[in-house]
Design a protein around this ligand. Structure first.
Ligand code: ADP
Length: 320
């Protein structure tokens, strides 16, 4: 579970990256984080992983209070998170298998655990049979699948995917996003940072839109779920503030609707919670073979790395 309460972040340069951000992500949720360049998305993800610290407010991540987390607890926090980067960050001189074995070894997993877990995640992401290949022998889409497998292999509570489709063939973006949705269906909480409006609309999940370091919207259904309502019932104050608000490099084709839907944020947590409660169940992506779905709970339990056992037990959502 992730909780941001009135979080602010001002960098040493004086840049106010976050100006009072509140939201809550429950275990097992799928959430898109969207917003123009410079809006604060990376700042949110870096705060989540403990890479940087907030200037003000409170942050809880998977049971860790980041306001008073000890330095030696940071690796434990990170074991609850799997991160997928837009540029994959694979070890190019290691095979597919070795890329996964490496991260399992880091957390002290046994060879036995690796022999069970790695084939499972490779099948889940559709890379079975590619164990001996090097990353540069894989297509862009396959490399990103491997990066997703790596994020998943230590059975984290949550995956943070930072623009996971930015460097894959547009035709394969849908597959990557649906794979993330399938993994979410198995119980892993998913936070996906993206600019891909079409994919966000297609998946119909919760969307947190951020702009100028503030939450602009937090709703389920698509990039602009209430755009029609906002257009038909404009509030004078909102229209005025939208005009004054500086535009941060909107994506091509987005500028018009960004302007129409821009309004003051709703920092109150109650509003965020209401949005979550009203969340429409997401459509199931459903392309994982049933036997993989059925075996997920047993497999995760069997191969949970000992060193991460306390979190893994709590996090074993797959059988929920
Ligand atoms: P996004 O990921 O949405 O593009 P960021 O979180 O990277 O946005 O940036 C939010 C704001 O914080 C921007 O104004 C950016 O210039 C600033 N910023 C980000 N990182 C740093 C940093 N290390 N030092 C100073 N300012 C930064």
């Amino acid at each position: 579970m992730v909780r941001f309460i009135d979080v602010t972040k001002t960098y040493d340069t004086g840049n106010e990256a976050l100006r009072g951000v509140s939201f809550r992500i429950e275990d097992g949720e799928f959430v898109f984080l969207v917003g123009p360049s410079g809006s604060g998305k990376s700042t949110v993800t870096k705060l989540l992983t403990g890479e940087i610290q907030a200037t003000g407010g409170k942050i809880m991540v998977n049971g860790y209070n980041l306001n008073n987390i000890r330095r030696r607890q940071i690796p434990l926090l990170r074991r609850t998170l799997g991160v997928v980067f837009q540029d994959f960050r694979l070890m190019t001189n290691k095979t597919v298998w070795e890329n996964l074995a490496f991260v399992m070894r880091v957390v002290g997993s046994s060879g036995h655990a690796m022999r069970k877990r790695i084939p499972y995640v490779l099948e889940l992401v559709g890379l079975q049979g590619k164990e001996r290949e090097l990353p540069n022998q894989l297509s862009g889409g396959e490399q990103q699948r491997l990066a997703i497998a790596r994020a998943l292999v230590n059975n984290p509570e949550m995956i943070i995917a930072d623009e996971p489709t930015a460097n894959v063939d547009p035709g394969l973006s849908v597959e990557i996003m649906e794979l993330l949705a399938q993994i979410n269906d198995l119980g892993t909480t998913m936070l996906v940072v993206t600019h891909e409006k079409g994919l966000v609309d297609r998946l119909g999940k919760r969307v947190i839109a951020i702009r100028d370091g503030r939450i602009l919207r937090d709703e389920t259904g698509g990039y602009y779920p209430n755009a029609a309502v906002e257009r038909s019932q404009p509030e004078p104050a909102e229209a005025a503030s939208a005009e004054e608000e500086p535009v941060h490099e909107p994506e091509p084709g987005e500028a018009a609707s960004e302007e129409e839907s821009a309004h003051e944020p709703e920092p109150a947590e109650e509003a965020v919670e209401e949005a979550v409660e009203e969340a429409v169940p997401a459509p199931s992506a459903g392309a994982i073979p049933m036997e993989i779905l059925a075996s997920a709970a047993a497999m995760d339990t069997a191969v949970a790395p000992e060193s991460a056992a306390p979190q893994q037990e709590v996090n074993d959502h797959a059988g929920d």
